[in-house]
Design a protein. Structure first.
Ligand code: MRU
Length: 354
């Protein structure tokens, strides 16, 4: 059985509380959009795809328990509430994309010969489908990434480095960059998966390490500051990371610390892969400097498990993400449609009408 961050059954949404992992496995029940906004903003659920799925399902569960006088009122509620959810965390584009798509789907239902009750259930179905679609998308990403990496080393066992958490806990299942690790492990070719601690929020130490142990994959935890030495001493074959937003030119926002890994990887000639569904690609933005970067509370840096470790009185800067320029993404951008060089991303996706 694999880990599940999001459970949807009998029209109820349960979200694994990632603030408690790895110590406790507890699910929070989300009954409406406001609670959905809160679990996303507090990072009880996190990871770009999981944020979008939980956001949409929180709307679905609210719709089930609401009544509307007509389709006009329903459309207004859907569009306002789904766009409110986008404000919970600004950097990952998946929630915004889902909001735009769900709004245009709802507008179409509003225009068409569909009853109020049918419109509600079709919108709920649309949200539920995100769960299944995400898992199949991730398996494709895993297999495309594995194929590319294994081909580049001529099919010997590989050592990979990953950052943050991009696994089952950040998605509906399987994962993106960790999905690539999983696919390589499944083919018997994984020598070692190194994961960074990922300060300040410790997604690597708390969540990726947990997933690696849970799945019995050969995993090794390092502190963020050890990545340079690791690449210098341990012959890493590839770095695989996720993405919160990829712009038209291939620049990629991902968890803080990704940029410095890409710089070090380039220095050591280690291929650097960004692994993400096309729902994380934002063709409306030309380059990475246009991406809004979320800043998080200082206590995430100064305190560990509620205990202050930083000197009182010190000022802090706590950006949750950084931008890796396209030229450092040397391995490629792994999507469910294939592996693209950043420079070919725009044309390849336009050809798919994305
Ligand atoms: O702040 P987080 O934990 O939501 O950040 C997560 C990441 O940066 C992931 O790499 C990204 O969302 C991709 S998850 C498949």
């Amino acid at each position: 059985m694999s880990l599940r961050a999001i459970k949807w059954s009998e029209n109820k949404l349960h979200v694994l509380d990632q603030l408690l992992l790895p110590g406790k496995t507890e699910y929070v029940t989300v009954t409406n959009v406001e609670e959905g906004w809160q679990v996303i903003n507090r990072m009880q659920v996190r990871g770009a795809p999981a944020i979008a799925i939980v956001g949409c399902l929180s709307l679905a569960t609210e719709l089930i328990h609401s009544s509307f006088k007509d389709k006009d009122e329903l459309l207004k509620a859907i569009s306002e509430k789904i766009h409110y959810l986008v404000t919970a965390r600004p950097t990952a584009v998946n929630m915004k994309r889902a909001a735009d798509q769900l709004t245009s789907f709802s507008k179409r239902l509003h225009r068409e010969n569909v009853s109020l009750a049918e419109m509600v259930s079709l919108v709920i179905e649309w949200c539920q489908k995100m769960l299944e679609d995400d898992v199949s998308t991730n398996k494709k990403i895993g297999d495309f990434g594995a194929e590319s990496i294994l081909k580049s080393v001529k099919d010997r066992k590989v050592k990979l480095l990953t950052h943050c958490n991009t696994g089952s806990l950040a998605t509906a299942g399987y994962g993106t960059a960790l999905g690539v690790v999983r696919s390589i492990y499944g083919s018997g070719q994984l020598a070692q998966a190194y994961c960074t601690e990922t300060r300040p929020y410790n997604q690597g130490a708390r969540l990726t390490a947990y997933e690696l142990v849970f799945e019995k994959m050969p995993g090794v935890l390092i502190c963020d500051s050890m990545a340079g030495a690791l690449m210098n001493n341990h012959k890493i074959d590839a770095v695989v990371v996720g993405a919160d937003r990829v712009t038209r030119n291939g620049d990629t926002a991902n968890k803080i610390g990704t940029y410095q890994l890409a710089v070090v990887a380039k220095h050591h000639n280690v291929p650097f892969y960004v692994c993400a569904p096309t729902t994380s690609i934002d063709l409306s933005l030309a380059e990475g400097k246009d991406i809004p970067i979320e800043e998080r509370p200082h206590t995430e840096m100064t305190d560990v498990a509620g205990v202050r470790i930083a000197s009182p009185g010190i000022s802090c800067w706590n950006p949750a993400f950084d931008v890796t320029p396209a030229e450092l993404i040397t391995g490629g951008i792994v999507t469910e449609l294939g592996v693209f060089k950043p420079a070919e991303l725009y044309d390849r996706l336009r050809a798919q009408k994305l």
